[in-house]
Design a protein around this ligand. Structure first.
Ligand SMILES: Cc1ncc(COP(=O)(O)O)c(C=O)c1O
Length: 466
């Protein structure tokens, strides 16, 4: 028996009921992986059955099945060969599982503390939804989202974020990313070919617009938000913004800039996409209400549970102006036939029962403490450093004095010491190469997933490294 037939041996010893299927699967695998090369002649069913110690019928059936599928071909008269049409699957070289982080302290922004996920409340909501959901609830959902969830979200978002949110305006999506992609697709279909993005800003925004065929124009910021002059001069009619807590600089748009931005949108008959990715978390005062509340026909508002519960849930919302609503819903329908119904019902219950508000309070307490720990540790270990941006969200900007630079050397040293950080410059997508690089070291530090002790240890380790 050749080694290829040995590959089939485990299948031959499978329990009798599963043996036929196991044999077929093993044979399919051997062909797909290239271990049985195209053109190889297979032994007769009688010989193979004898070698494997299985009935001849099982082998005949496996040959017939795989011949029908195209893995094998039978020749004139007797004989079966491995088909030429099959291409061996190339082994993937990339790791599918994330590498263990070891002792690394990770300040890369973007992730909440996943250990704060409210597993017990979530499990209770899951059980109750499964018990109560009528059979019809498992059919294709309304592409706008379950009415129950849209109603709960409308109440939540108008109460917490000051948005104009009647349930008819709400579309349930799989996150800010999908909201952005849907809008970009709709705008593209209407002939809009460019959109402005904040510079520095989220690389995701550019990538999502680009994937819909809409080019992005990087627009600079000043202390109050998007700079108006370059926006007006750019010729765009759509712009993506993060006014509650600009990503990554951490500034909040001033009241004046918010008004000017809306004036601009009205003057060009345009659209502001408001990405409220972490707008619930503000530590020095109550969060400023969303821009959308001031002009819901010129602002599309989006947010998600990615910072408050877990990004892996892929659940978010988009509130659209009336004039875009039908197009966005149709696009959502043709993209995926609607958001998973069980997840929606579960989250609706979670919101209705106050569990979501409770979760936001838990996160708010934890993240405020962590931000304070970061600010204190930087003051202690990097004298002269400044933390800029408002006290909000899941990250802060730290500017370290020139003596710690140049930035490249700083980054190399702290990386070598097992601390992961991102420079602010990494978020620039302007032609000039991003935020004006001085001699200071400017870092975007995500603190949410780290305990205060770990934050202090990480900052201390950075200081020792430089
Ligand atoms: C600026 C910004 N908006 C939104 C998101 C979240 O997108 P989603 O809701 O699709 O997870 C991120 C992710 O890190 C982000 O950086």
């Amino acid at each position: 028996m050749t080694s290829a037939w040995e590959l089939l041996l485990p299948a031959a010893s499978a329990p009798a009921r599963a043996r036929g299927r196991a044999l077929q699967a093993a044979l399919r695998d051997a062909v797909r992986s290239g271990r049985l090369a195209p053109g190889t002649r297979l032994p007769s069913s009688r010989d193979l059955a004898g070698d494997l110690g299985v009935s001849r019928g099982l082998v005949t059936e496996a040959y017939e099945q795989l011949t029908a599928e195209g893995y094998l071909r039978s020749g004139q008269g007797a004989g079966t060969w491995v088909g030429e049409a099959v291409r061996a699957a190339r082994p993937r070289t990339r790791d599918l599982a994330p590498r263990p982080a070891g002792d690394r302290v990770d300040f890369v922004p973007g992730t909440p503390d996943l250990s704060l996920f409210p597993r017990a409340a979530w499990a209770a909501a899951q059980r109750s939804v499964l018990t109560d959901l009528p059979h019809e609830g498992l059919g294709y959902p309304d592409p706008r989202g379950l009415p129950r969830l849209r109603t709960a979200l409308a109440e939540l978002l108008s109460r917490r974020r000051g948005v104009v949110a009647d349930p008819e305006r709400v579309v349930v999506v799989s996150g800010v990313a999908q909201a952005t992609a849907l809008l970009a697709g709709v705008l593209h279909a209407r002939g809009w070919r460019t959109a402005g993005v904040e510079d520095p800003g989220s690389p995701q925004h550019c990538a999502l617009y680009a994937s819909a065929g809409v080019g992005t124009v990087p627009l600079p910021l000043d202390d109050e938000g998007l700079a108006l002059g370059p926006l007006r001069a750019s010729g765009v009619r759509a712009v993506v913004t993060t006014p509650a807590h600009q990503f990554p600089t951490g500034i909040a748009y001033s009241a004046r800039r918010r008004a000017e931005l809306l004036d601009w949108a009205r003057s060009v008959d345009g659209l502001v996409l408001e990405d409220d990715y972490d707008g619930d978390f503000r530590y020095d005062r109550a969060p400023v209400g969303a821009l959308q509340g001031l002009d819901p026909e010129h602002v599309a508002y989006t947010g998600s549970v990615s910072k408050s519960l877990a990004p892996g849930l892929r659940l978010g919302w988009l509130l659209v102006p009336d004039w875009l609503a039908d197009d966005v819903v149709e696009r959502k329908r043709t993209t995926d036939l609607g958001h998973p119904a069980l997840d929606q019902a579960l989250f609706a219950r979670f919101v209705e029962r106050g569990d979501y508000d409770r979760q936001l309070r838990v996160c708010q307490r934890a993240y405020r403490e962590r931000r304070d720990a970061l600010v204190d540790a930087l003051a202690e270990h990097f004298p002269g450093s400044r933390v800029t941006g408002i006290a909000a969200g899941l990250h802060a900007i730290a500017t370290l004095p020139e003596r710690y630079g140049p930035e490249e050397r700083f980054l190399a040293r702290v990386t070598g010491a097992g601390v992961a950080v991102r420079p602010l410059a990494a978020y620039g997508h302007g032609v000039a190469g991003g935020p004006a690089a001085g001699k200071e070291v400017r870092l975007v530090l995500g603190y949410a997933p780290l305990t205060p002790g770990r934050i202090r240890a990480g900052v201390e380790r950075m200081a020792e490294a430089v």
